[in-house]
Design a protein around this ligand. Structure first.
Ligand SMILES: [Zn+2]
Length: 164
């Protein structure tokens, strides 16, 4: 089992050679995690579990609701990657995240996963390359940046301190 620092190093190296949009499934692959689509009710976003058959070299597999919009699926993948990086010791048999990314883990743990998911999908090192060319009327063009990074305008608005 890798420790958090080792996992963060893999993640940061991947982001260091990436451009927008960040390829979440490839990042999962770098960490030894395989990603699958799953058919679920709308209220379920995703799951991470140890899986001897379906897991990658880390032993883990991520499942993402196939009926969700691609931006949402990308966020879910990043959120589950964050659980692997930060909370592997708390995953147990697996965690299901509902539509609001609540899994039964403490809300502080979910907030941490959402924070790292934002860092994965909208790294400042890459955002800072795009912000200067996407200013309109003195404000950052949240919608354009959201399209470039393949995230929801809501996520990008929060990231930039311009909630929509
Ligand atoms: Zn979660």
């Amino acid at each position: 089992m890798r420790n958090v620092t080792e996992k963060m190093n893999i993640l940061n190296t991947f982001i260091g050679r990436s451009d927008a949009p960040i390829q979440t499934v490839a990042l999962a692959g770098e960490l030894g995690i395989k990603v699958y689509h799953a058919g679920w009710p709308d209220k379920i976003s995703g799951k991470i579990q140890k899986d001897a058959n379906l897991g990658g070299s880390s032993g883990f597999a991520i499942f993402v609701n196939k009926d969700h919009h691609v931006n949402r699926r990308r966020f879910t993948t990043a959120h589950e990657i964050a659980h692997y990086v930060l909370h592997e010791d708390q995953i147990g048999d697996g965690i299901f995240d509902d539509a609001l990314y609540r899994s039964g883990l403490p809300s502080s743990v979910e907030a941490q996963a959402n924070g790292l998911a934002a860092d994965i999908l909208m790294p400042w090192s890459i955002l800072n390359r795009y912000i200067p060319t996407n200013i309109q009327n003195g404000a950052v063009d949240v919608t354009k940046l959201a399209n470039i990074f393949q995230v929801s305008p809501q996520s990008m608005g929060i990231r930039l301190g311009q909630p929509t």
